[in-house]
Design a binder for this molecule. Structure first.
Ligand code: ZN
Length: 83
């Protein structure tokens, strides 16, 4: 009997690997710099809105409605991080 789920996973993994290879240069030179600039510009006016998240271990944060970055990150021992 063929394990279709394992076979499907292999096909999908191979595709993802190829996609990563094909996009690596574009991501490095175009995508990531553009995303960083977007986040920096959004941060200048202040991240806003977005969905609240909690990982169940005491960490919580919001995803900015503008740029999508995590912000207002709070830890279980009073830690705070800002995007
Ligand atoms: Zn933002």
């Amino acid at each position: 009997m063929t394990d279709f789920s394992e076979r499907r996973s292999e096909i999908d993994r191979a595709r993802q690997k190829k996609m990563s290879e094909l996009m690596a240069e574009y991501d490095k030179n175009v995508y990531y710099p553009a995303k960083i600039a977007l986040i920096e510009d959004c941060n200048k006016i202040g991240h806003y809105g977005g969905k609240y998240q909690d990982n169940g271990f005491g960490w919580s944060w919001y995803y900015c409605s503008g740029c999508g970055v995590r912000y207002n990150i709070n830890g279980p021992n009073g830690e705070t991080k800002h995007a």
